[in-house]
Design a protein around this ligand. Sequence first.
Ligand code: FAD
Length: 371
Amino acid sequence: MNLSYWEIQTWLSNVDYTIIGSGIVGLNCALQLKKRFPKAKIVILEKGILPQGASTKNAGFACFGSLSEIIDDLKQHSEAEVLELIRKRINGLKILREILGDKTINYQNLGGYELFLQSDDTLYNSCLNTKDKINQLLYPIFNTGVFSFKTNNFGFKNIKSDYSFNPFEGQIDTGKMMDALLNKVQSLGVKILNNTAIEAFSEDTSTVKIKTKHFEFSTQKLFIATNGFAKQLKISEVKPARAQVLITKPIENLHVKGTFHLDEGYYYFRNIDHRILLGGGRHLDFRTEETTAFGETRIIQNKLEELLKTTILPNIAFEIDHRWSGIMGVGKQKKAIVKQISNHVFCGVRLGGMGVAIGSLVGRELADLVE
Ligand SMILES: Cc1cc2nc3c(=O)[nH]c(=O)nc-3n(C[C@H](O)[C@H](O)[C@H](O)COP(=O)(O)OP(=O)(O)OC[C@H]3O[C@@H](n4cnc5c(N)ncnc54)[C@H](O)[C@@H]3O)c2cc1C
């Protein structure tokens, strides 16, 4: 199909900045570019009908790290690096809440919990014994102790009788957050072209030529915000990681409220609209889950259902309403990659399981790479 003169003139000519990916990073990159360069023509190319990676698929935890995760991070990173990771998550969440407003994204500060399997003495004791040290480490950020241990009041089974609690964690409505972000970006005049996958790009001295499945055009600068799909555009440090989720139908008198990590964060669940949303289990089949293909597998979905029955909702009747998956971008290090790739091309990728927290900041940092 040949595009019309009007289509070419209006959407694809004199483009200053092109962003690939309309996830939380791509959209925040657009916001920051618009703020810095109000007159710039900005186009976002998105392969999905909706954003189709992780930003519309996630669990909506507004969190910055469970006790066991921070202890584990300290095995691979220095204290300064761990503090920096946590600071970035907190700053990212602050930006997200400031840009959109707590009411819009339904931010609720219900606290975060870490549950320990009854059989996992090692992890439980390590968290119990290291709690004070971690609280001390985090003191400069929070000016108070973050983690405490509380008695299991939610009726969970097969777990230790107390869990760790973090009062600073919250949860958002992921759909509302992304809807508001998309509206905000479009209201500023940024053009989002959906169902438009970038196939390749090439650079000459002053521009970048972009080839999509429908058309080709040129842009002054290109920003890659494709996270789990980054390898397809030759960013080899990022591996895809599929994450599967399920949600129950509404449950009468559901008392479980908050965000919960279980078994070192391999599983996570929360309340939403009187339902339980539960995800995780990637470690049961890491190799199969290292994919950019959406889908659910029996091994993981069965385990999630079993956990609901035996551990999370042991004496409560429930039905599964819906299942889905999303694609994250992970790598050897937890730090996101925000860098210039070549003269006119930049990327902000590898957000792991923390993109709700750091996505807004990474998007901003990505936009700030351009002079
Ligand atoms: C199930 C699940 C649960 C999660 N839970 C949480 C949580 O509770 N808290 C938290 O902080 N984080 C969570 N995360 C992680 C978080 O969602 C991600 O880190 C974050 O959304 C990444 O945002 P992004 O913009 O970098 O990537 P994405 O949202 O994946 O956006 C990348 C976009 O690029 C598009 N794209 C890719 N290739 C191309 C191409 N060639 N051409 C055009 N477009 C392309 C994709 O369609 C996609 O829309 C979860 C993730 C998943 C999957």
